[in-house]
Design a binder for this molecule. Structure first.
Ligand code: SAM
Ligand code: SF4
Length: 369
């Protein structure tokens, strides 16, 4: 099996996939310095200077992937973290316990492709034992079908599956590897295993798959799966992002609404995916319009990269290494201080729409989307 086979799992080797590597990890991470007013200890909640409570943690378990989606990674030339730099399952679970003590209720595992990390079921079990209200996984689903039941039995609540086209040839063109049929079968397997409600992430690219909006709306209505349209963000490793290539969420919503009337769904979890139900009650769609309608004002997220950096924003290069603290023998309180410091340093919003915006050094698959 070569790397072009999406079934191959490669989490245990430092690898270079071909010539001209794309630079990755930013090391060493800056030292964590808790703000003087930080309370210390293992008490939450994690509230930033703008009153935003952080209760949602994205954990990247690997930066590797078996696909090469055009909006995420170049066809060749990616380099990946050496295994020694990855957090171990013990370290991730420890961070999870500290985050839970500080008020984090929701965890999502991501990557890279999280199912490329060997024994992920074991990690899911460890995190489920911590007692999060919601424990989910974002995946390209090429490796999901046989793992769906073990993951559910280990305590996973639900999955988000990325699928950018319902047409096999186009799916292959956008994701470059893997097959649509495998992904659709995995969605069935996930639901059969009780991993529901299932969400389907669709990145729309102008002129490439934006003629499938209504197909996806019908798919949502027919299957009950929540289709979420994501704007192309300047986080591709190739640096090919152009504003003209993204399809604004408002445009997509208007198109769907004209054919299948939508009603907004409110509630505390309305952001960041602006949620809408079909007015006739047959299903739901969502819009993650991070570029045209940033939802920073209600952002409740922290991210942990596969090599143990805490990031408080997808679009900021600010990171604090929790791995260094743990490997230097730091206490749980010291780990908590890193989380507090990251939250304390959070900016009010990202600057994508400001002149001079520079894409962050780490791309989506290196941060964890
Ligand atoms: N590999 C898994 C997957 O594809 O679902 C999880 C990681 S992936 C980075 C998480 C999500 O980010 C996916 O839904 C993917 O489509 C999305 N994504 C990746 N690059 C993106 C970009 N440049 N702009 C917007 N979304 C992106
Ligand atoms: Fe891999 Fe997900 Fe990036 Fe596609 S979007 S290349 S599946 S990490």
């Amino acid at each position: 099996m070569g790397l072009t086979d999406p079934r191959v799992a490669l989490d245990d080797a430092s690898s270079v996939d071909s010539a001209s590597p794309v630079p990755v990890s930013v090391r060493p991470h800056p030292r964590a310095v808790p703000p003087p007013e930080a309370p210390g200890g293992l008490e939450g909640p994690l509230v930033d200077r703008y009153g935003r409570v952080h209760d949602d943690l994205r954990i990247s378990v690997t930066d590797r992937c078996n696909l090469r989606c055009v909006y995420c990674m170049p066809e060749s030339g990616m380099t990946f973290l050496p295994r020694a730099e990855l957090l171990t399952f013990e370290e991730i679970a420890r961070l999870g316990r500290v985050a839970h003590a500080l008020g984090v209720t929701s965890v999502r595992l991501t990557g890279g492709e999280p199912l490329m990390r060997r024994n992920l079921v074991d990690l899911v079990g460890r995190l489920a034992d911590v007692g999060f209200a919601d424990l989910s996984l974002t995946t390209n689903a090429t490796l999901l079908a046989p793992l769906a039941r073990p993951l559910a039995e280990a305590g996973l609540s639900r999955v988000n599956v990325s699928c950018d086209s319902l047409r096999p040839e186009r799916f292959a063109a956008i994701r470059r590897r893997g097959e649509l049929a495998t992904v659709l079968a995995a969605m069935d397997a996930a639901e059969a295993a009780g991993l529901a409600p299932l969400k389907v992430n669709v990145v729309l690219l102008r002129g490439e798959n934006d003629d499938e909006v209504l197909d996806f709306a019908r798919f949502a209505r027919e299957t009950g799966r929540v289709v979420r349209f994501i704007e192309f963000m300047p986080l591709d490793a190739s640096g090919d992002w152009e504003r003209d290539r993204l399809v604004p969420g408002a445009e997509v919503a208007a198109l769907i609404d004209a054919h299948y009337p939508l009603v907004p769904l409110g509630g505390p979890h309305a952001a960041p995916a602006e949620r809408f139900a079909f007015a006739d009650g047959q299903g739901e769609v969502g819009f993650i319009s991070s570029v045209t309608q940033p939802f920073c004002g209600t952002c409740n997220r922290l991210r942990l990269t596969a090599d143990g950096a805490i990031r408080n924003c997808l679009f900021s290069d600010d990171e604090l290494s929790v791995r260094d603290v743990m490997r230097a023998g730091g206490s749980d309180e010291a780990v908590a201080d890193v989380l507090r410091a990251a939250v304390g340093a959070k900016h009010p919003g990202h600057a994508i729409n400001e002149p001079g915006f520079l894409a962050p050094r780490r791309s989506m698959s290196m941060i964890g989307g």
